[in-house]
Design a protein around this ligand. Structure first.
Ligand SMILES: NC(=O)c1ccc[n+]([C@@H]2O[C@H](COP(=O)([O-])OP(=O)(O)OC[C@H]3O[C@@H](n4cnc5c(N)ncnc54)[C@H](OP(=O)(O)O)[C@@H]3O)[C@@H](O)[C@H]2O)c1
Length: 280
């Protein structure tokens, strides 16, 4: 039996979909914090909250493979992931797959610390593990297309940094492939898109598909952060988003190892396809 945490999230839902087609719905348990959000998943669901360790031990009964999708509360994640790993140990989980961050050991992206700590906890746990170091979702950028069209420019601070992002569905399929084949035990994957692009390339693609000229405007980190704040994004998150673009400008979102397309057996979703989907 395979357990998927965060199954009500954007990535988790797609993992469940891909996994159903591989192992059938009867072999999957969605472990979710908010059961009312899980009714459409089409698999058994159990309530599962990273903050409730003892309850998690019970909810893991009968599960031998577990996908821990990293939590989304920045700053709380080491504690929460530790809770899950401890619960998995007590529940005698045989194999734990964790979604980490691309090049976690060397990236300047400020999210890396929590992922590295989690990887260390996992390695020390004695449980067999696989680490999926996911790169950026293309959706992180295509979700700003609407704003770019309204504002007449695509803005950011990534300069000419090359971004090898992939669609969520690509990472989700990779997780499903790994979870259904235990020969992937013990491996650490660096997962990213096949074709890297700059934010200028993205702006060109948006212009091409919409017939509206949308230039890329590169901003100072502080300027970009301020604009995000003015769009009602909380101050800390605005600063973090701008800092991630600075990391992108240094090449931290680039990878050309093609491990993702090799795992899923097809090219990753192209930039033009992702833009097309976002404009639908
Ligand atoms: N690679 C990237 O570009 C990128 C971008 C953003 C995030 N991420 C990371 O990748 C993860 C998955 O991405 P996503 O887009 O699917 O994020 P998401 O849509 O925000 O989903 C996060 C999932 O985690 C669950 N969760 C959060 N706190 C929990 C807790 N205390 N106990 C149990 N479940 C909890 C949420 O449950 P509810 O449905 O109950 O809220 C949700 O199902 C994120 O959580 C984050 O760590 C990566």
């Amino acid at each position: 039996m395979i357990g998927i945490t965060g199954a009500t999230g954007q990535l988790g839902k797609l993992v469940v979909e891909h996994l159903i087609s591989k192992v059938g719905k009867d072999n999957i348990v969605a472990l979710v914090r908010t059961p009312q959000k899980a009714v459409e998943l089409g698999v058994t669901t159990r309530e599962f909250n990273y903050d409730k360790q003892e309850e998690m031990v019970k909810q893991l009964k009968g599960i031998d493979r577990l996908l821990l999708i990293s939590a989304n509360e920045i700053g709380q994640r080491v504690r929460q992931h530790r809770n899950v790993i401890n619960a998995a140990k007590k529940a005698e989980i045989k194999w734990l797959v964790y979604t980490s961050l691309l090049h976690a050991e060397i990236t300047t992206i400020n999210l890396a610390g929590e992922h590295i700590e989690t990887e260390k906890l996992l390695k020390a746990s004695g449980i067999d593990y696989t680490i999926l170091r996911n790169g950026w979702y293309t959706e992180n950028y295509t979700s700003s297309i609407e704003g770019a069209l309204a504002g007449g420019a695509y803005i950011g601070s990534a300069g000419s940094g090359k971004i090898a992002s992939a669609a969520r569905t690509d990472y989700a399929e990779a997780a499903a492939v790994v979870l259904s084949d235990d020969s992937y035990k013990g491996k650490v994957f660096e997962l990213a898109g096949d074709n890297a692009y700059t934010l200028s390339d993205l702006a060109v693609e948006i212009s091409k598909q919409t017939g509206k000229y949308i230039p890329y405007r590169n901003l100072l980190e502080t300027e970009y952060s301020k604009i995000l704040e003015n769009l009602n994004i909380p101050k800390d998150l605005s600063a973090a988003i701008a800092s991630w673009d600075i990391s992108a400008s240094k090449g931290d979102l680039f990878d050309d190892s093609k491990q993702l397309s090799s795992l899923i057996g097809r090219p990753t979703t192209s930039l033009d396809e992702s833009v097309k989907l976002a404009l639908r």
